[in-house]
Design a protein around this ligand. Structure first.
Ligand SMILES: [Zn+2]
Ligand SMILES: [Zn+2]
Length: 363
């Protein structure tokens, strides 16, 4: 099977996060046909293992995500989604095909140093993220993982371009939810109420001061269902906090707790704050990024990228192992990801395989 056939099969048969049952079976069967050993991980994930030369405890991990999105596809491609309302609109079908093609090539020669793991990871699009579930099973215990490598398609780059960024590349993301409860009542009888609306407004103003050059914090929803003369019993709010700095991230969590405590003390309210932890920052190892950059400069086209406030569960890998995450150009004609018309240029699959294979030999 060619990587393009592999990609088209996955594209036509998309599955949502943590429901990649048929996808996983298809990946297992396709790899078995190439004589590559696999085992299941995190329910609907697949790990391929290929041993090469020398110390087989030295490991390089190649990772692709495999989940699709709840979108009705409108591309009219001959291999468009056969499942109404589910679509590979983030290019994870491309990532899976690139990993498949890379493993095919590596398995042909088996002349690399150590062991290669290929991780077909489920559930990238849904918190808590498949990466955390994969790592929780300790699949690389006993191995010296020298590099974890992954890519993501990018329609702001042309086919042939590789986008790189040193250090912190993608932000951590946490969801914030507040329920401010007071004593509701007549808006004109201030002495008989504990004003949940005023308290909530104070929380918003104070929380916004936590924004800085590495951190964004936004409250996007406030529900205070009172009236001109009615203060409601409670106000509900939610928002997002993203940062490129793990220490800063934890400090913002505790600063939010103190803001809520102070406001409650001043306004007589009681606020429940729930912080749902999303993905950690994707932090590229500087030395590995440099290896990738030199390779891209020599044989491809290297493009320097700036930080992105979007998140990726690959951050879980970067917390534990030296890692590099790069962007792979699919061209502007591919359209925007996470839309119903996203159709990445398949020429990028060969570029992706060439790059990932060459990089595997160099790390
Ligand atoms: Zn996505
Ligand atoms: Zn994605």
């Amino acid at each position: 099977m060619t990587p393009i056939e592999f990609r088209r099969h996955i594209h036509a048969n998309p599955e949502l996060s943590f429901e990649e049952y048929n996808t996983a079976t298809f990946i297992e069967n396709s790899l078995a046909q190439c004589g590559i050993e696999t085992y299941r991980i995190a329910g609907t994930g697949v790990i391929a293992k290929i041993e090469g030369l020398g110390d087989t405890k030295r490991a390089v991990v190649l990772r692709a995500d495999i989940d699709a999105l709840p979108i009705v596809e409108a591309t009219a491609l001959e291999y468009a989604s056969k499942k109404h309302g589910v679509m590979h609109a983030c290019g994870h079908d491309m990532h899976a095909a690139i990993l498949f093609g890379t493993l095919q090539r590596l398995a042909e020669k088996r002349d690399f140093n150590g062991t290669i793991f290929g991780v077909f990871q489920p559930g990238e699009e849904l918190v808590p993220g498949g990466a955390s579930k994969v790592l929780a099973e300790g699949p690389f215990e006993g191995y010296d993982v020298v590099a974890v490598i992954a890519n993501h398609v990018d329609s702001t780059l042309e086919v042939g371009e590789i986008g790189l960024c040193n250090g912190a590349f993608m932000a951590s993301n946490d969801e914030l939810r507040f329920r401010v409860t007071g004593r509701g009542g007549h808006g004109a009888m201030r002495e008989k109420i504990d004003d949940s609306v005023a308290a909530a407004a104070n929380i918003v103003v104070k929380a916004n001061k936590l924004n800085d050059s590495k951190t964004v914090l936004s409250i996007g929803k406030i529900v205070a269902d009172g009236a001109t003369n009615i203060i409601p019993d409670s106000v509900y709010m939610e928002g997002t906090m993203r940062t490129f700095d793990g220490t800063r991230r934890e400090r913002v969590w505790s600063e939010l707790e103190s803001i809520v405590k102070d406001v409650d003390a001043n306004w007589g309210t009681k606020t429940e704050l729930i912080i749902s932890h999303g993905y950690p920052t994707v932090t590229n190892n500087i030395a590995l990024t440099q290896v990738a950059r030199v390779l891209a400069q020599e044989s491809f086209k290297a493009v320097e990228l700036s930080k992105r406030y979007t998140a990726e569960d690959f951050g879980f890998f970067t917390e534990v192992y030296p890692s590099v995450f790069y962007r792979l150009g699919v061209g502007s004609s591919s359209g925007a990801s996470h839309t119903d018309s996203f159709a990445p240029d398949e020429r990028a699959i060969d570029v992706g395989i060439d790059f990932m294979t060459a990089l595997t030999y160099r790390v």
